[in-house]
Design a protein. Sequence first.
Length: 367
Amino acid sequence: MKDEKLLAILRLQKSKAIGDILAKKLIVNVGDVEQIFKEKSAILQNINGIGNHGLKHLFDEKNLKAAEQELNYIKNNNIKYSYFLEDDYPINLQNCIDSPILMFKDGNINFKNDKIISIVGTRNMSSYGRDFCTKIIEDLVQYNPIIVSGFAYGVDICAHKVAIKNNLQTIAVLAHGFEQIYPKVHKKYINQVNENGGFLTEFWSEEQPLRENFLKRNRIVAGISKATIIIESAEKGGSLVTADIANSYNRDVFAVPGRTTDIYSKGCNNLIKNNRATLLTSSEDIVKMLNWDIKESPKKAIQKQLFIDLNESEQKIYDLLSEKGQQLLDVISLECNIPIYQLSSILLQMEMKGITKPLPGKLFELM
């Protein structure tokens, strides 16, 4: 990626009044992230959600200077990154409308394996929780899953350590920049995690581990995986927020039941009781729910390709969905360079031809 483009992405990311959803909307409507800062204010104001307040922050010179400093840090320290429109961006996160437009990564992360699960829970883990966490990961080793967590005390670090012990890839999603580490006592695990996976963060290098950052971090933990497992949780806690986010993304959520008198089982028991999570008692529950026990059969050629002529726009959409699977409407628009107002009509025609089908959350896939 050229420095100019990365600088524009950083500048957009730094704009306080522009969140990830609005940033993606800007990119979709303007067509290119660099063009956003060359466009006339009057045109940008016509984009839904962009007001005078947003424009003021968007063109704030302080953001440009900060972005230049961060770009220098990235180049000087060889920091790797993933942009939401590029192939190395986690595919599960591409399907989340509020996922970060840019993430930074360290280590040896490889997303080619699509068996990804997130394991979270209380920082005050009991021996029951520790034993269950260890057993569930060890029983899943044969499926070689990627284990994702948040590098915090308790369940998080337990999941990372068990994954490392069993030579599984593990990814720690941070709530701060790479110049920080939280908690500091976990610094001793950095090299092990990097050797067996790595770290992900959306936060710039000097960002501190603020409370609101942990809540933002949780959406990455929930969105990056196929399923989220809650080992132990009190009646309120961050892991329950992660479960809620995972449910909003239509991802599977599992919870480990516990005694009704145990403080750190109340959250899990309530999730199960309110049908917000599937009861988890063994690895078989995960394997069956995620269809890991079904061997993939070779995909048959789609017969409709032989009989239906596609125009240029339809062919672009077909090729994209064929290569990358489910995609958001906005992403299809960007990748295929088709304005939203035209794309909606084209997708409807393709649906009527039996080529594509719509899914919840403005997602589309091939029939």
